[in-house]
Ligand binder design. Sequence first.
Ligand SMILES: Cc1cc2nc3c(=O)[nH]c(=O)nc-3n(C[C@H](O)[C@H](O)[C@H](O)COP(=O)(O)OP(=O)(O)OC[C@H]3O[C@@H](n4cnc5c(N)ncnc54)[C@H](O)[C@@H]3O)c2cc1C
Length: 340
Amino acid sequence: MDTVLLLTPTEPDGTLPRAALEALSAARAVGESVWAGLFGARTGKAVAALSGAGVARVLSTEAEALAEPRYGSDVVAATALVRASGATVIVAPALSRVARFAAGMAERLSGRIDTHVTQLSSRGGLSATRWYYRQRIEATLVRAERPWVLLVDPGAFPLASPSGGAAPQLEEVPVEIGPELRRTRVAGLRAPAAGEQTIRPDAKTLFVAGAGWTKKQADGAPHPERAGELILGFLRASGASLGTSKSLTDQAGEGQKVLEFMSHLNQVGQTGSTPRHSRGLSTCCHGEEPHVVGWRFIRERRAVNLDPGCGWARGKADVLYVADAFAVMEKLNALLAAKK
Ligand SMILES: Cc1cc2nc3c(=O)[nH]c(=O)nc-3n(C[C@H](O)[C@H](O)[C@H](O)COP(=O)(O)OP(=O)(O)OC[C@H]3O[C@@H](n4cnc5c(N)ncnc54)[C@H](O)[C@@H]3O)c2cc1C
């Protein structure tokens, strides 16, 4: 029987990242006994959060040098925690901080690693499920080698809810982080030029704006300014996250006058992202396969398009409104404003 360790860094204030609570759900689904390994400048609030969360033992490494995410120090702390635990399966949230050191850690432990895990099962032995080829092929993996490190994708598991039970046994795991491990420094954070944060992974709804928003409309002229007002108005009122199609993203790259708050980071699809919101509303987007493949995990799909023969009509959306998205969004924004 495998011993499962939830391995995660803590936030700067010592709390657990949201994705770690999802990884905890994944670990609890397959581990008879789940332990946790925490590291960061502070871990106190995370330890408290794990009390009554079905975790039997918590190993913690606190050091000021772990305040900054950095391969050199993170890999040393994480490897020490896994060694001290003796765990054979390590479940960790696929945060960028974790993804940076996890493969190096697996190598130091002479273990194996799999990433982008979306399901774990213990039926007939531990197995992990992930997608390949841009979410087109689903594979279930089993491995004899241990330790086995599994990075679970954020958004794939529910947040762990308290399960009662005793407070976990706490153990400090000290690590030596010398100056040679602290050479890399975080100089600052640089976000994409977009003036407003439009990518909201925690939002319930994904709102996709396609290239139609910038095309000539019924009066023979394009209306990108009005399009921008309607889209941003909806995002502000609804809290939805903004996705886009490749055609719209590429127009921005080619210097055309388009929606300035869009960047390539908003692109959904084969060469873009695969978001995990529970609902999606697509507007002015044709719904071609390379775009819709990025909707794999969106459970309820609706689209607004002038063309009744668009891709969404061919079984890709639950509901297609054959309508002018300018008119629909104007009405929707008015309804949202009236609700406030
Ligand atoms: C290798 C490869 C990879 C690709 N990867 C991706 C990817 O990752 N993501 C992606 O999105 N695409 C990708 N594509 C491109 C994809 O095939 C499509 O070209 C793209 O998704 C089309 O974008 P669109 O639907 O926004 O634009 P269009 O095809 O131009 O469609 C615009 C739509 O807007 C509608 N419309 C216009 N005005 C209105 C209005 N007033 N109201 C309602 N509807 C209106 C039109 O009816 C039309 O259907 C890829 C293609 C290739 C070859």
